[in-house]
Design a protein around this ligand. Structure first.
Ligand SMILES: [Zn+2]
Length: 321
């Protein structure tokens, strides 16, 4: 096992080295590449999992202080890769055991079936994981503004007078989830431009490079699912609702009502809006972690979030083929 969820602080450097180790261990189905650099010069990692000709995209760590999902996404990659790699052997073992059934047979059979599902998922899809779109912000939230190497950027961040625990932005103080050039995007001030940030452009390029079937963006908090897009036709929204309802059943997360799609006064420009409008394929924002959780988020949320998201990604894949 490479990814441990027990260490309180899971740094960006650790994420990169673990991602490389995973790609080495599961080299037949997992590729490590980078899709750009953050403004403070950190690589933005992309892990390509699977052998399928179809693509789906999963993103995490857009907002700095939402520190649970990036290590959880890596853990899911390891979990899926492991199931995939051991699936044939597991099937053989189970066949042998059928001649001398043991008490655990039902549980093992169930696990084998789950393995079969993941095996088929990764034969159909290559899942493009961007576990941490905003590595600079993530490090600010974990360890403070000293982690920013570029003095100019550090000064800019400090001038905003927002605590590291509440930090949502990248190292230029921009909220990346208000930086995508969607139709409802509005500038917040004279200097504000859509797609001004390296990190947003890395994701936009990825969207354009792969003709994907769907996109999930994982945020925190609220245990809720955003699916409704007022700008999209009814046919698009009914498919979104169908997916959201299935994900609701397996996670117990709430569906966000259409009228709460965007808060009043919000400047728009979310990842999912951009994706929906430009590619006309399903795109949902999934908010993990209890609404009442305080920042910094307790690392123990990783365990339950892992259980929830491993089902979400699989279920989403099965619905967008
Ligand atoms: Zn967020």
């Amino acid at each position: 096992m490479i990814i441990g969820l027990n260490d309180k602080i899971y740094s960006y450097d650790r994420l990169v080295s673990d991602a490389k180790k995973l790609a080495k261990q599961y080299e037949t189905i997992l590729k490590y590449v980078t899709i750009g650099k953050s403004h403070d010069n950190r690589d933005i990692v992309l892990l390509k999992l699977g052998l399928g000709q179809q693509y789906m995209i999963c993103c995490g760590g857009v907002h700095a202080r939402e520190t649970i999902n990036p290590p959880v996404l890596l853990k899911i990659i390891e979990y899926y890769a492991d199931l995939y790699s051991n699936h044939k052997q597991q099937k053989l073992n189970l066949k042998k055991k059928l001649k001398a059934p043991t008490i655990n047979l039902a549980a093992e059979y169930e696990q084998m079936l789950y393995g079969t599902c993941i095996y088929e998922l990764l034969q159909t899809f290559t899942i493009l994981f961007v576990p941490l779109l905003n590595p600079d912000g993530y490090m600010i939230s974990l360890n403070g503004f000293e982690t920013i190497q570029n003095q100019q950027l550090k000064d800019k961040c400090l001038s905003m007078k927002i605590s590291k625990d509440e930090w949502k932005f990248n190292a230029r103080g921009v909220d990346l989830n208000r930086n995508f050039p969607s139709l409802l995007w509005k500038p917040k001030n004279d200097q504000d431009h859509a797609a001004s940030e390296n990190e947003s452009n890395a994701l936009i390029s990825l969207f354009n490079e792969y003709k994907s079937k769907g996109f999930l963006d994982f945020h925190s908090r609220g245990k809720s699912i955003y699916y409704y897009r007022s700008i999209m036709p009814d046919s698009y929204n009914s498919k979104q609702l169908e997916i959201a309802k299935r994900l609701q059943i397996i996670t117990n997360y709430e569906l966000v009502l259409p009228e709460n799609e965007i808060d009043s006064g919000d400047s728009g420009g979310n990842t999912v809006h951009y994706y929906s409008e430009n590619f006309n394929k399903p795109a949902l924002t999934i908010e993990t972690v209890d609404e009442i959780a305080d920042f910094p988020l307790d690392y123990k949320y990783r365990y339950s979030t892992f259980e929830e998201l491993k089902l979400v990604i699989f279920e989403f894949g099965s619905m967008i083929i």
